[in-house]
Design a protein around this ligand. Structure first.
Ligand code: AMP
Ligand code: MG
Length: 328
């Protein structure tokens, strides 16, 4: 199968909408990462997503809709604080998990009785979603467990020959996946950290908690259980600069092509070194994380990652992705 990469315009959107309606997959940009999309009502198309990615069948998918789409037929209960959160943060990088009416294909929710819905803010994504006018389920457009894609080139690297169309909307500005928020209970519950932070949610909903899996309990967000986002080379993770530099030099002496990945304040203290810089500020670190992990796996035998010293706000999401990428 030939894989076309096309800028978003009237022609490519017409092709994309046609492919979705006949049950094919289309990759598309969003403000967080690129997604691999299918019609949420088409069970065979949804199954194709799991097969194409090699995604475990118990890891549910997020349904993406355009800003005018009426989600009331898809969700069973809608607490008042959820409406307030939608007004405050949508369109944007916040996914909300509702009790489901089960109108979408069964594989979307992978056996759970909930449905995750997101309204992306990227203008090209909105145009694509309006062109199809259906909920589009889309996980990140990477092979399962590989680093998430933030450009059409990243998607092409994973899926060339496996899908027919990648819509190219440039580099994803956000750089890490959406915040996933369970709104099925009295208090909103963060299942996955992202660019919409716990503080931001609490400022609108009054309260916001973070979910931790208890022993013996079924995971509310099965995707969080897996090793994830991993580059295809050795990765080592350190909290302290001297330890990271010692590991870097030991690998170098062993004849390995080694690169150091870090960002924030550490950048001012580094000696001359092969550096995969995440940039100085939290927003840069989110935007550059996957790009630099993907650059690193091509150039390096070993990436030595030094955990940025910055904390709070969106760093929770950045540190979650970095530690899961480099976990052995
Ligand atoms: P991805 O699309 O690859 O970024 O992964 C989607 C994330 O959303 C995974 O962590 C899923 O487990 C989570 N997710 C999707 N649907 C649900 C749902 N109904 N309930 C809880 N988590 C969900
Ligand atoms: Mg993913």
């Amino acid at each position: 199968m030939e894989t076309k990469v096309e800028k978003i315009d009237e022609n490519s959107l017409r092709t994309a909408a046609h492919l979705i309606r006949i049950g094919e997959l289309v990759a598309f940009p969003t403000e967080t990462v690129y997604g691999l999309g299918a019609n949420a009502f088409d069970e065979a198309a949804v199954k194709k997503i799991y097969e194409t990615k090699g995604r475990p069948s118990n890891n549910p998918l997020i349904a993406h809709v355009h800003a005018q789409y009426d989600i009331s037929s898809l969700i069973d209960r809608d607490p008042p604080y959820a409406a307030a959160l939608r007004r405050a943060f949508l369109p944007g990088p916040l996914t909300m998990v509702y009790p489901s009416t089960k109108k979408v294909a069964p594989s979307v929710s992978a056996g759970l009785n909930t449905l995750a819905i997101r309204v992306p803010s990227h203008a090209g994504t909105q145009a694509f979603l309006r062109a199809v006018n259906l909920p589009i389920v889309a996980p990140s457009a990477n092979l399962s467990k590989h680093v998430s894609p933030t450009s059409a080139e990243h998607v092409f690297a994973d899926f060339a020959g496996k899908i027919s169309l990648i819509l190219d909307g440039g580099a994803s500005e956000g750089g890490i996946e959406s915040t996933v928020l369970d709104v099925t209970g009295e208090v909103p519950l963060i299942l996955r950290e992202g660019l919409i932070t716990r503080e931001m949610i609490a400022s609108v909903a009054g309260k916001c908690e973070k979910y931790f899996l208890k022993d013996g309990e079924q995971a509310k967000s099965p995707g969080m259980m897996y090793k994830h986002y991993a580059p295809r080379c050795e990765t080592l993770l350190f909290d302290s600069l001297p330890e990271a530099l010692a590991a870097y030099h030991a690998k170098e002496e062993a004849g390995k092509r080694v690169w150091l990945l870090t960002g924030g304040k550490w950048l001012e203290q580094l000696p001359p070194i092969r550096l995969l810089s995440l940039g100085a500020y939290p927003k840069d670190m989110a935007a550059n994380l996957y790009k630099q992990l993907r650059a690193g796996e091509i150039m390096a035998d070993c990436i030595v990652a030094l955990v940025p010293a910055e904390r709070g706000g969106i760093m929770a999401g950045v540190l979650d992705r970095l530690t899961r990428a480099c976990r052995s």
